[in-house]
Design a protein around this ligand. Sequence first.
Ligand code: GLA
Length: 390
Amino acid sequence: MAGERAERQRYAQTRARFEELYGTRPEGLWSAPGRVNLIGEHTDYNDGFALPIALPQTTLVAARRRGDDRLRLFSDQAGGEVTELSVPALAPGGVDGWARYPAGAVWALAGAGHRIGGADLYVTSTVPTGAGLSSSAALECAVAVAFDGLYELGLTGPELARLAQRAENGFAGVPCGIMDQMASVCCTAGAALHLDSRSLALQQVPFDLAAHGLTLLVIDTRVQHDLGDGAYAALRAGCERAAALLGLPALRDLAPGDLDDALRTLPAELVPLVRHVVTENARVTEAVAHLRAGDTPALGPLLTAGHASLRDDYGVSCPETDLAVSTAVAGGALGARMTGGGFGGSVIALTPTGLVGEVTGAVDRAFAHAGFRAPVVRGVEAGRGAGRVV
Ligand code: GLA
């Protein structure tokens, strides 16, 4: 297949570039994908459920162990010089820019007591950055699986995901949940990952769009989404406060049947947050049931309902994501919603394949008419999770 040939070419180029930079061959090549979440947004840090798929867009890491404890990093996309760090000296706040994600993954591995030394890494990625597609998780996970392979650590997928999350929380300073890293490491091709964020139990749910004549469009609104700006942390803190007030370990423990009573006891500002989380968890359960029953089109209305909840209750959509959703649905998509943390980023639209041109054109025109930047629209399939590719 043309796609596979192009990937093999990309692998060969990545290895060649490593050799050019470091004067020696890499020991291997590891890959980790970005993700879109089908449903279950802002539920992971409430111990709840999510349903992401891995994207075909990936981050590649060519790597080689070193005999000392130096960590050398380079990415053509970031430019500049090779960054050189000392593994034992890695500390939060000590690394800036893109390098804090790979450095954070190494810091998390070393901090967990894994026996690792230095390495030379060359990184290249097709995951768009700032588009809400988890480019940072892909980078952390690619480096974590590379070290796992280089130093034969034998870590499980969930263990690697936890370490990559630790890199994001403790090193990059973003208080994210576990969904992005679990998706990047544990997804499988052709399936959505039904994730329980409390136990990290996971189930692969078949997600075959072609069999239903459907295409999943990812509409990058090109509004840069940045979770580090405090809004995400404030929402998370609000959820934790609500759970504490309700005497629950997490909002996951509030049953839909108890929601109305619980809402009457909470301060007004917490009511919409709790309503979103509880109804969103229920939407994940419903979505999984539809997929298991082979009724993929039934996902559509759940996506659109999820978006309304994120827009009206959780307050994390923006004019661009709202316009992409309403235009896609008016143009014939079965359902659409923002995906990821919000505040910009991307929208997914479950679209009959015969209407892809119409939906894409309608969104382009609506954005031009509103004076927004032109969106980037891609059709995606559920790809595979992180691992060694060469
Ligand atoms: C970001 C975070 C995830 C998750 C989503 C919202 O992507 O990194 O942990 O909370 O937002 O569902």
